[in-house]
Design a protein around this ligand. Sequence first.
Ligand code: FMN
Length: 140
Amino acid sequence: MKIPVIMGSPRKGNTYRAAQRVEDVMRSLGDVEFEYLMLSDIGLEPCRGCFACFEWGEERCPVRDDAPAVGEKMHDADGVIFASPVYGLAATALMKNFIDRFSYTFHRPRFFDKKALLLATAGAVGEKDVLDYLEDVAGI
Ligand SMILES: Cc1cc2nc3c(=O)[nH]c(=O)nc-3n(C[C@H](O)[C@H](O)[C@H](O)COP(=O)(O)O)c2cc1C
C-alpha cells in the first residue's frame, strides 16, 4: 500500500515524528510504503490565479515546477496523509500553497477511491481548526 505524506512542516520535527508513529502502527498491521514529501524541499511555486487549471485542465498551468510529479504520486497512492503544524492558528503557508496549487481538484474531483489521514501538531491551540480545514479540503 503506497502512502505519500504531504508534510507541511519545514523541518523533520514534531509533525514528522507523529507521521512516523502512524507509519510504525500501519507497518505493524500490513504492507505499507510511506514516502515523505517535504513541501519545503519540493518546488511548488505560488498559484498565479490565472484559472487555466479550472477552465482547461492542470496541464495548462503556466507554472513549470514539481506539481505534476506530486499529483502523480497522489494519483498512484492508496491513501494520502496531510500533515501540518499549526502556525499562527492555521495550517502552514507551505501546506496552504500546496492546497492552492491543487485547488482545481475542488472543481473537477478525482481522488474518489483514496483514503486521507489528517495530522496536525500544535504548541497549545489551533489544531482543531487546522484539522477541520484539512478535512474540508480532503473531503471534496
Ligand atoms: C511560526 C510558528 C507559529 C506557530 N503558531 C502556533 C499557534 O498558532 N498555535 C500553537 O499552538 N502552536 C504554534 N506553533 C508551535 C507549533 O505548532 C508546534 O511546535 C509544532 O508541533 C511544530 O511542528 P514541527 O516540529 O513539525 O515543525 C507555532 C510555531 C511556529 C514556528
